[in-house]
Design a protein around this ligand. Structure first.
Ligand SMILES: *Cc1c(COP(=O)(O)O)cnc(C)c1O
Length: 416
């Protein structure tokens, strides 16, 4: 299947692992920025096209029964999907990756690895869709979850049951950006015979490598930073272990929640600038967070890159950067927050995150509107909490936009 045509390609052949033939290959010494562009992206051996063509065919010719070039039927394997998976495996420092039609489909497929009667321990402020799946869908196949404050890893041991097969973590969490110590959690999970899944959507592989910290499966909603341009819904899981890979690969094909070739093509294109985007997301997020922290119109700012973040030390230890998400509590109430969200000019009021354009939202009524008022209070999701997905626009333009919107929201109610 792999045709190395140049010396460069021979070097790159050892870059990532071959997700499809299960060979564990030499770890590449190439660095992130190079891998983002070259892993899984060899020129087409037949045409020389630098960017491999979109492969829309659903089926592939066999020269004799069972003899083919690695592809039979596009649900089971597709060249654009393979390329994308190879790139993610390299960037997540895994051996393998498997792509799915959404982050949620990735979650569902991982959970379907579990036998009837299994138990999951999940971080309590897990992504809303994951919470919904764990509480409303997983129980129909005999899988139950309990939700635990894992920001203190000492809480995990007491929550482990004989049938606990998975520990599910997100870090930083949404929208209060609390961190979980992946290494500490991995040790306890493994001592109890459970696998650790880390949802790495918020930081991307550029800023955090959960597999190196002991996680067994890393998961992404590619819809966010990986694709990065708010025009693809897709998910991916990466892992090192061959048995875990084979099980998930079987389920990827059996359940069939696979991404379209075009989405793989788009997400792979987005992935090539992940490092550039993440650097600018972070520069901008830090500038906005510092500005907010200096403002008398703001009660508090939550950003792991600020020394005021209660887990700033853990962020410095387990992450290579702090990401593009900033949350803050505006001085005032829900109406003040709403006025801020109506006053911003560059930030768009919308759900989702991780795109090049800046977005803002009110978790209490939008992304976390289905969480009960009681749980919202327990999680710190107050009515004046605003979440920003800071994009890659000009830093000063974003700071000035936040400044003017704060003034309009807090000082003078909109009278238009
Ligand atoms: C968006 C998101 C998901 C779900 O991904 P979809 O692609 O929307 O299905 C899972 N986890 C986190 C942290 C997310 O932000």
């Amino acid at each position: 299947m792999t045709v190395a045509t140049t010396t460069t390609n021979k070097v790159l052949d050892t870059v990532a692992t071959k997700a499809n033939n299960g060979e564990a290959e030499t770890k590449s010494s190439l660095r992130f920025d190079t891998l983002a562009i070259h892993a899984g992206q060899k020129p087409d051996p037949h045409t020389g096209a630098v960017i491999p063509a979109l492969s829309l065919s659903t089926t592939y010719k066999q020269s004799a029964v069972g003899v083919h070039n690695g592809f039979e039927y596009s649900r089971s394997g597709n060249p654009n999907r393979d390329d994308f998976e190879e790139a993610i495996a390299a960037l997540e420092k895994g051996q393998y990756a498997l792509a799915f039609s959404s982050g949620s489909a990735t979650t569902a497929t991982i959970v379907s690895m579990l036998p009837m009667g299994s138990h999951i321990v999940s971080v309590n402020d897990v992504y809303g869709g994951t919470y919904r799946y764990f509480t409303k869908v997983a129980p129909t196949s005999g899988v139950k979850a309990t939700f635990v404050d894992l920001h203190d890893p000492n809480n995990l041991q007491a929550a482990m049951q004989d049938n606990t097969r998975l520990v599910w973590v997100e870090t930083p969490t949404n929208p209060t950006l609390r961190l979980v110590d992946i290494q500490a959690i991995a040790e306890i999970a493994h001592a109890n015979g459970a696998l650790l899944v880390v949802d790495n959507t918020f930081l991307s592989p550029y800023f955090q490598s959960p597999l190196e910290l002991g996680a067994d499966i890393v998961l992404h909603s590619c819809t966010k930073y990986i694709n990065g341009h708010s025009d693809v819904v897709m998910g991916v899981a990466a892992m090192k272990d061959t048995q875990v890979y084979e099980k998930l690969k079987f389920l990827q094909n059996s359940i069939g929640a696979i991404p379209a070739p075009f989405d793989c093509f788009m997400a792979h294109r987005g992935l090539k600038t992940l490092h550039l985007r993440m650097r600018q997301h972070e520069v901008n997020a830090l500038a906005v967070a510092r500005f907010l922290e200096s403002s008398p119109l703001v009660d508090d700012v939550i950003y792991p890159g600020l020394p005021s973040h209660p887990q700033h030390e853990l962020a410095q230890r387990q992450q290579r950067g702090f990401g593009g998400m900033v949350s803050f509590r505006i001085r005032g109430d829900l109406e003040t927050a709403d006025r801020f969200l109506q006053s911003v000019r560059l930030f768009t009021l919308a759900e989702s995150l991780g795109g090049v354009e800046s977005l803002c939202e009110l978790p209490a009524l939008m992304t976390h509107g289905s969480v009960s008022a009681e749980d919202r209070a327990a999680l710190g999701i107050t009515d004046n909490l605003i979440r920003l997905s800071v994009g890659v626009e000009d830093t000063q333009d974003l700071v000035e936009d936040v400044d003017q919107a704060l003034n309009r929201a807090v000082l003078k109610p909109l009278d238009n």
